[in-house]
Design a protein around this ligand. Sequence first.
Ligand code: ISE
Length: 335
Amino acid sequence: MALKIGVVGTGNMGQYHLQRLATSIANAQVVAVSDVDVEQAKRVADMAGVARVYSDGHQLIGDDAVEAVIVASPGFTHEEYTLACIAAGKPVLCEKPLAPTIDACLRVLDAEAGLSERLVQVGFMRRYDDGYRAMKASVDAGQVGTPLLLHCAHRNPVPPPGFTSDMMLTDSVVHEIDVSRWLLGQEIIAATVLKPRRSSLAAEQLQDPQFVLLETDGGVLIDVESFVSCQYGYDIRCELVGESGTVALPDQVGVRLRRDGRSSTEVPADWRSRFGLAYHAELQEWVDGALRREITGPSAWDGYATTAVAERCVEALETGRRVVVDLAERPELYD
Ligand code: ISE
């Protein structure tokens, strides 16, 4: 039996998920879409053969034909739609961020924490990447001993129009914040953001690159280079240093080409090509979990903790100071 899904938001991410759901995800059927731009929603619905189209996400969530919801609308709308899904008792996969502010995330946590089951999953797809999963398996098996340091780089060739220095933290580094917490099983307790020399190729308004230093409650130091105008491709790196060895993400090699005296591999163009398989695994596991009413992916707590750290990173960028992250008490539902 297929899970009947409604997709809120038919922009880039909504269409990206829809296409995959329509072509390669088992046991899933998109039955409704919504977008404030209802003409666009109709075009997307026609292409995907979806009959029910709404201009208001709340109507979609209230539709009895919809059993589970993907929220892929702009970040500032995530709180209201996720709260509506919780109130309707429907599983929801909410694209990151869970909500753009700490207070908004806490409202979602409060709404879900009183339930006996989790309904909310946040779209941190890196946890579904084979490379990161292999790293975590290695760390958990004790192959490199107690973790001490984590070195990360997040490089985009060029930023999208309107990208800001703050977004380098809240939109990009937020992935490293989530995946570090998950790899280490630790929370981040402080953040410092340093400003290296600006790239002359960066857009005028951007402090690019940035160097982020995070401290965990287990004493691990995490450094993240955020560089969104690196020019050459989409490059994600991660190496964990433990007491007895190191473990790192593999290069995403398609084929290795040797010619003209050189040996080369391609660098992915963007996150879609780099994390396409991870997005697939994320969706399939979410669909399977929603059918069993057992949501296991990144939780509302993870969404809250990452937004909390990202907000403190923005403060650290602005002030040049080390900023402490104070998390709320974690509700039992997330243990
Ligand atoms: C974008 O929003 C993403 O989520 C990508 O995964 C990330 O690599 C990129 O930097 C963000 O802007």
